[in-house]
Design a protein around this ligand. Sequence first.
Ligand code: PLP
Length: 367
Amino acid sequence: MRTSVQGMSVFTIQPNTAAISDAERSQILAQPGFGAYFTDHMALAQWSTDQVWHGHRIAATAPLQLHPSAAVLHYGQEIFEGMKAYRHDEGSVWLFRPEKNAARFAKSAVRLGMPALPEDVFLDSVFSLVDLDRAWVPENSGEQNLYLRPFMIASEPLIGVRAATQYTYCVLATPAGAYYSAPMRLWITPNYSRASVGGTGEAKCGGNYAASLAAADEAAEQGCGQVLWLDGAEHRWIEECGTMNICFITADGELITPALRGTILDGVTRDSVLQLAGDHALQAVERPIDVDELRTRVTDGSITEVLACGTAAVVTPITGFKAPDGSELTVADGEVGPKTSAIRRHLLDIQYGRAADTRGWMHRVGA
Ligand SMILES: *Cc1c(COP(=O)(O)O)cnc(C)c1O
């Protein structure tokens, strides 16, 4: 179990002299919403070719200064992470598998031609920021949390096309209220694909999201919560939901998720669900699964539950699918399945300290 050690951080603290008062913060935490408020501080670091990583600091949350020609604004060199800090009943604050986010962030950077932030510096930034702003981690009621958004942008003023030579790393923290993962149907879009082999599907980058928004609008027009993305080459193999990975539970006790092939985001929640499957009498299976198998097995009832999983919504029940030919598929009776509920509960119980953390997933922040 790694904990941040105060005083050993490479991030210098420049306290916010206009921090929000205790009274005002309590008012915000009573109803934080999502992304509506930011904590008093953010973590920052810079990279340039000659200085490599420098300027590590935690400072007052404030707008970034960018020249309008900053490379990120033109060519989209941007990557990010999403993670949460959880308060346990007795008041301690914890992170869930943060080393996975640190590793993925470094991998995303390499794919986007950006400098990798050393994983220990990534961990230092999130532990130090959460420790300093720990009063912003909501009470453990209704599964509230402090959502963390580490990201990196190409900040060099640059109109020519090449990998930039200056980057800014930043971590924001925003308190998040209770999140109800409403069951949803997925839209099998005929018009778009999210990723292709050799592309950026496996990187957590803003560009993937920009490219997905038109399809998300299409899903909403079809009365669906999100898109079910199929592979870019054959438009046949199931990949993910674009913000969440997807798993299928079968009558014969398998939990199937599409195998990673460079086009699917390697989700921390996906990996955790695979590891928890055995505790729920399910055998985890990673393999390609296509939309024909989905159609056949939902229709004959041998796929009994479908769930989507990701940090933000944890586990979202998928109750059905809508296809462009107008056909609709309903999973079992269209209600939330028992395994889906149990896995969701199990994960939340570990994160909020109500269940034993037998896998060493939880890392305490500070004392
Ligand atoms: C972040 C993300 C997920 C979920 O990953 P977690 O690590 O579980 O939060 C799934 N798909 C995409 C495209 C993502 O960006």
